[in-house]
Write a protein that binds this ligand. Structure first.
Ligand code: ALG
Ligand code: ZN
Ligand code: ZN
Length: 330
């Protein structure tokens, strides 16, 4: 390792024992902004305030900032993974990607270019959406760096539909586009949390042809989080993995603040436990999308999303530290 690459001690969150956690502007988990750590970070938390791709209730453009606000209460040590994610690696808030709300094609290009910059700087991305359209440009960028990646997709919906009103880039279509573009490793594609009415049986047969395996919400309830995580881990192996989490994978009781809610979903406990069971996977980047705070109550959804991003960030930080040989520092 050259001296330029030698990791310095990461700059962590604002100390909540000195400055009340409700004071000051919200960054994710009260972490430093990217410019406060010299413009370089190991994990970049980035917002994408874009929701022009929705088929029903709008409002996910406000999701990233709602998650940041709700993340003020996160603490630095994660006992579930026995790790202090913000000490193991530099995690910083890279602000928002400014995407055109009136032109989806342009927005998709902007998001891809911004992701290219962040990933090109050596960072992994923890993206806060935004509607699910944004997963496509994020995956394009990740695939430029890693080749076709394994995808673990938590959602009530398949999001492998073809078009809506003739539009190819929507929040119901990102993963069909990604398969068509050859940017996913079709040996390792899974949806988790699927439920609810479809347009027809063909939705499922098309999805299967694309290579997806489905773990339904009821499967998670019947089989339990540990068994589901074991099965997913086996399918993923050591492939580079992208995790995309639509917060509507959770039951509306656990995530009311979202645009296309479906009854019968997972609990936030089940989601967090499955993620913890994937800690050994090679997680290269992740997103949490579809948080629409206008329909939220008491920050239920934003808190669930902030904890979800915390588990994902912890997985990434641990892997970065392990690769550097500094994994025991907590
Ligand atoms: N990606 C989300 N949240 N929803 C997709 C729903 C597409 C539909 O309206 O059928
Ligand atoms: Zn969904
Ligand atoms: Zn979705």
């Amino acid at each position: 390792m050259s001296s330029a690459e030698t990791p310095t001690t990461p700059r962590g969150p604002v100390d909540s024992s000195r400055i009340p956690r409700y004071a000051g502007p919200a960054t994710y988990a009260r972490l430093p902004r990217l410019d406060e750590v010299g413009g370089k970070t190991d994990v970049a938390v980035v917002g994408v305030p874009f929701d022009t791709g929705v088929s029903y209730r709008p409002g996910a453009r406000f999701g990233g900032n709602a998650i940041r606000e709700a993340s003020r209460l996160l603490r630095p040590y994660n006992p579930a993974q026995d790790a202090s994610p913000f000490a193991l690696a530099q995690v910083a808030d890279a602000g928002d990607i400014a995407a055109n709300p009136f032109n989806i094609n342009e927005a998709v290009e902007t998001i891809e270019a911004a992701a290219d910059d962040l990933l090109g700087s050596g960072a992994r991305m923890m993206t806060l959406g935004g509607d699910h359209t944004i997963a496509l440009p994020l995956l394009r960028s990740v695939a430029k760096k890693h080749g076709p990646v394994a995808l673990l997709h938590f959602d009530a919906h398949l999001d492998t539909w073809d078009t809506y009103f003739g539009a190819e880039y929507t929040h119901g279509t990102p993963f069909r586009r990604a398969v068509e573009e050859g940017i996913l490793d079709t040996e390792a594609l899974s949806h988790v949390g699927i439920r609810g009415p479809l347009y027809g049986k063909k939705d499922l047969t098309d999805d299967e042809k694309m290579g997806f395996g489905i773990v339904t919400s009821a499967d998670v309830y019947r089989r339990g989080a540990d068994e589901v995580a074991d099965q997913l881990r086996q399918r993923i192996g050591d492939r580079p993995l992208y995790i995309s989490i639509d917060i509507d994978c959770l039951d509306p009781a656990h995530a009311p603040g979202t645009g296309t809610p479906e009854a019968g979903g997972m609990t936030s406990r089940e989601l967090l436990e499955i993620l913890r069971g994937l800690a050994s996977c090679n997680l290269v980047s992740a997103d949490v999308v579809e948080v629409a705070p206008a329909y939220d109550h008491a920050e239920i959804t934003a808190v669930a999303a902030s904890h979800t991003a915390y588990e994902l960030t912890t997985i990434m930080s641990r892997q970065i530290a392990e690769a550097r040989g500094t994994g025991s520092a907590q």
